[in-house]
Structures are given as structure tokens and as C-alpha cells.
Design a protein around this ligand. Structure first.
Ligand code: PBG
Length: 330
């Protein structure tokens, strides 16, 4: 490597920045609507399109609203959605999560019928469905790991039976990917991929999501199962465990405050597709600043998304999917 500091004036970095076409030619990272996975919140009822107060532009939708939404997504070039269900009733186990006529199952069937080209992913967890709002089964105030695995397996199979293309466990229970893989295989779904929320941190950036999904924990927090934001080595260990259990796609979540983790995951595991979840709080904070006129939403959103790709993500779960797809085609 020559010493670039002493190369001026022979070397001038600005030479390659003179025109948009030239800048485009030397751009190292590109963003496309094909990179996006759009999260959707499905509620019971009819003609429901209820905006989430802390997430302007994000709506809870009833199943009858989905065909129109799917058509819009496909037109914009967005290949995939991830579904979150809000049940009619919550209970300690989250029974609607694996009910044949549960809200997510209805949504999957409707989307499969009306938008056959859309990839349907489902979030597999308990917190949206349980009355205590935790991601696992509770006994005497403890979140139990192994009994939760069976429920996660049942939910994944139920989603696959309804027609989900990919299931994505987000409960951060040990062994969840392996348990789901085994349950899917035994139920006759060996070809349904598992996307593990492998390195999922106990993050306050999930705050607005918990409004959208009505899933805040009713006591305590999630720090006995989600990861400590201070840890980096542990993320690599969690991802390795998911890969050993059969994960087809791995994920880091949140994205922007964890770009170092995304980079290291990409470099350590270059042979697996890597997803990053640009979570609710990352969206809401920029939205709020934009609404106050303090930031230019289009530019900060696209800059955030390109940063997540530059860090090494192959795909991004983002509430900006539709807006970003529009901005990219302008
Ligand atoms: C379910 C789940 C959460 C998110 C995705 N799946 C919430 C949580 O763990 O509390 C957060 C997504 C977001 O903030 O956008 N466990």
C-alpha cells in the first residue's frame, strides 16, 4: 500500500466525485427495493386501517385490506413481508398463535391467494399473543425456556400449514431454531426456511413496535432472554448456535446502533444470507425529527438503509420499504 498521505497533489480523491454519473459508477454499495422486507401488523375486524401513533405511516390492518397492500408492494418491487398478528384475546400461552383460524393464519391464506408472487414471512414469538407480554411461558415469575420451545414449534408449523414461506423465530429462547426445524421437518415442511433473529438485543428501540403489536411485557423486561447491548462476542456465539441448529438466514437486530455487529456477522459467516432489522425506534426517531422539520426524512432514511447494507446486510426489514422504494425510483 503506497502512503496515500504523501501522494497529493498527484492523488486527488475529489476527481471521482465530480458528477452524479461518475459517483454512481464508483459507488460501492447499492440499495434496491428487492432488499426490503416490509413488516405488517394484522388485526381482527373489517376495513381497519389504524395508524400507529408512535409510528406515523405504519398501520394496523385487517385481513380484507391486505390484497390492496400486497399489490402496492409488488408494484414497488418489494419481494417480501413479515407478518405480526394481534389476537382477539390474549392468554398465558398465546393460543391464537397456533390456531388454524388465527389472525396470522387468515392473513397468510389471503395473501397466498391474492398475491402469489409475494414472499410471506411470519414472526414466531409469544409476546403479541400472551397476556403477560413475555416471549415465553411463565411460571412463578420466571420465563421458562424449554417448555416455550414446543409452543414455538407448534406456531411455526401452524404458520407453515397456512402457507407461510419462511418462519422467523424472535423469542430468543435457547434452542428455538433447532426446535422449529425439527417440528417443521416432522410436520412435512422440510423446505420451509427458518430465519433466526439470531443476535437480538434487549433494546429500548423496540418501544414503538410494542404500541403497534400491543406487546409490552406486563412485568420486568426482556433482559433475561434478549442480549445485553454491551456484548459483541456473544452475538457471534448466538449466530453460530443458530447456524448449527439449521438457520437458513441469520439476523442482527436492531440495525443502526449495531452496525459493528452486522459487519462482524457478515465477515465471520460470509456463506449465509444476513438480514438486519431496522426497528421501530430507528424509524420513529427520524420520523419525529422530520415532522419537526429538523431532518430531511428521505435523505436520512436512505442514508440509514445504505449504511445497513454497507455494514454487510443482504436484506433489511424496514418500515420505510414502500417510501424508500418510491424514493429510489425517483
Ligand atoms: C417479538 C418482536 C419484537 C420486535 C420484532 N419481533 C419486539 C420485542 O422483542 O419486544 C421488534 C421490532 C421493532 O421494534 O420494530 N418478540
Amino acid at each position: 500500500m503506497p502512503n496515500l498521505n504523501s501522494a497529493f497533489p498527484t492523488v486527488r480523491g475529489r476527481r471521482l466525485r465530480q458528477k452524479p454519473a461518475l459517483r454512481h459508477l464508483v459507488r460501492e454499495t447499492n440499495l434496491s427495493p428487492a432488499d426490503f422486507i416490509y413488516p405488517m401488523f394484522i388485526v381482527h375486524g373489517q376495513q381497519v386501517r389504524h395508524e400507529v401513533i408512535s409510528m406515523p405511516g405504519v398501520f394496523q390492518l385487517s385481513v380484507d385490506m391486505l390484497p390492496q397492500e400486497a399489490e402496492e408492494l409488488l408494484k414497488l418491487g418489494i419481494p417480501a413481508v413479515i407478518l405480526f398478528g394481534l389476537p382477539a384475546q390474549k392468554d398465558p400461552l398465546g393460543l391464537e398463535n397456533f390456531a388454524p383460524d388465527g389472525i396470522v393464519q387468515q392473513a397468510i391464506r389471503t395473501l397466498r391467494k391474492t398475491a402469489p408472487d409475494l414472499m410471506i414471512m411470519t414472526d414466531v414469538c409469544l409476546c403479541e399473543y400472551t397476556d403477560h407480554g413475555h416471549c415465553g411461558v411463565i411460571e412463578e415469575g420466571q420465563i421458562l425456556n424449554d417448555p416455550t420451545l414446543e409452543i414455538l414449534g407448534q406456531a411455526a408449523v401452524s404458520h407453515a400449514e397456512a402457507g407461510a414461506h419462511i418462519v422467523a423465530p424472535s423469542a430468543m429462547m435457547d434452542g428455538q431454531v433447532g426446535a422449529i426445524r425439527q417440528a417443521l421437518d416432522e410436520a412435512g415442511f422440510p423446505n420451509t426456511p427458518v430465519m433466526g433473529y439470531s443476535a437480538k438485543y434487549a433494546s429500548a428501540f423496540y418501544g414503538p413496535f410494542r404500541d403497534a403489536a400491543d406487546s409490552p411485557p406486563q412485568f420486568g423486561d426482556r433482559s433475561t432472554y434478549q442480549m445485553d447491548p454491551a456484548n459483541r462476542r456473544e452475538a457471534i456465539r448466538e449466530i453460530a448456535l443458530d447456524i448449527n441448529e439449521g438457520a437458513d438466514i441469520i439476523m442482527v437486530k436492531p440495525a443502526l446502533p449495531y452496525l459493528d455487529i452486522i459487519r462482524q456477522a457478515h465477515d465471520t459467516f460470509p456463506n449465509l444470507p444476513l438480514a438486519a432489522y431496522n426497528v421501530s425506534g430507528e424509524y420513529s426517531m427520524l420520523k419525529a425529527a422530520a415532522q419537526l422539520g429538523w431532518l430531511d426524512e428521505k435523505r436520512v432514511a436512505l442514508e440509514s438503509l445504505i449504511a445497513i447494507k454497507r455494514a454487510g446486510a443482504d436484506m433489511i426489514l424496514t418500515y420505510w420499504a414502500k417510501d424508500a422504494a418510491r424514493w429510489l425510483s425517483e
